[in-house]
Design a protein around this ligand. Structure first.
Ligand code: NAD
Length: 302
């Protein structure tokens, strides 16, 4: 019996690079898949490729950008397949602008396609899953939430999704609904182009983000994690953010306080200054996905 036999899944952004790979892998493992994308042609193409491989899928065009959209998409899965066991929130538009050039419209694109889209579909899926007695919600975040220069609207949207993931996991556990997030690394390869599964995203200050991206593995390599999180094999896994890129699988640390220091009388400016120089000096980290050494000990310079 296949791992996801009898289950129904929605993948938003399912016409895209990573979303398409998720759809095909979920269907290959037996799930009935509703492929949503704002781009009708790409959603249809992915659903057709699944049909051609003897899987079960159908497409639904439309945006995830409002609560009404989320209801329409998730309800369509329940109407077509009788239930929803897994929601994979993969839709989203990449927005690449430095802060001073970010327009309100750029920010709204990032927030509506990623944050509102995740909330809208998860909210409706959780209502159905609650009645069904459980399910799995899989969000998609990015290493940009840890700092990617020139991508703050995108990174902030992904940071919001990380926080939502943790909060939803806590809220929904009593209903048997698990919530996790995948932080993928994948890029499109042309036919015949060679790729390596060796993941170049490990801390390496000598490498630029562009160099790292050039060696990023193909989207199919990330899909097994979505299948695992949709399946009953991960029934004990919730509230986790998991990175997968090529040969590297990792848990993303929860954003919690670290390196506590205590001062019974409280902290004044002088004691904070001293503590930064003498204790935090060895703890501060370079805030970026390329994880270089901290460079600002002597101040930041224009
Ligand atoms: N490719 C990577 O390495 C990588 C890394 C980190 C995170 N991600 C995330 O993975 C997800 C997929 O990325 P991708 O690389 O496959 O990009 P992609 O552009 O190929 O796929 C995104 C899909 O979402 C669709 N979409 C955009 N806005 C939408 C909306 N409002 N409603 C419905 N669909 C919408 C697009 O049409 C597209 O098909 C995104 O959330 C992205 O942020 C990707």
């Amino acid at each position: 019996m296949k791992r996801l036999e009898g289950k129904a899944a929605v993948v938003t952004g399912g016409g895209g690079l990573v979303g398409g790979a998720f759809c095909r892998a979920l269907a290959e493992h037996g799930a009935n898949v509703l492929v949503n994308d704002i781009d009708a042609a790409s959603a249809e193409q992915v659903a057709a490729s699944i049909d051609a491989a003897d899987g079960t899928a159908s497409s639904l065009a439309g945006s995830v950008g409002s609560f009404a959209d989320g209801e329409r998409i998730v309800d369509a899965c329940v109407e077509r397949y009788g239930r929803i066991d897994c929601l994979v929130n993969c839709a989203g538009r990449a927005v690449a602008q430095p802060l001073v050039e970010t327009t309100e419209a750029d920010l709204m694109v990032a927030l509506s396609s990623h944050v509102i889209g995740h909330f809208a579909c998860a909210r409706r899926a959780a209502q159905h899953m609650n009645r069904q007695g459980g399910g799995s919600i899989v969000n998609v975040v990015s290493r940009a939430m840890a700092g990617w220069r020139g991508h703050s609207a995108y990174g902030a949207a992904k940071g919001a999704i990380l926080s939502a993931t943790i909060n939803w996991a806590l809220e929904l556990a009593s209903a048997g609904i698990r919530v996790n997030a995948i932080s993928p690394a994948a890029r499109r390869y042309e036919a015949g182009e060679a790729f390596s599964m060796r993941m170049p995203w490990r801390p390496d200050p000598g490498r630029t983000v562009a160099e790292m991206r050039a060696q990023t593995p193909p989207p199919e390599s990330v899909a097994p994690l979505a299948v695992y999180l949709a399946s009953d094999a991960s029934d004990w896994v919730s509230g986790q953010v998991i990175f997968l890129g090529g040969d590297s699988l990792a848990l993303v640390r929860h954003p919690m306080e670290d390196r506590f220091a205590f001062r019974s009388e409280g902290w004044d400016v002088e004691s904070i200054e001293q503590h930064f120089r003498h204790a935090f000096e060895t703890a501060v980290e370079w805030p970026s996905m390329s994880a270089g050494p901290y460079r600002w000990f002597d101040g930041i310079n224009p």
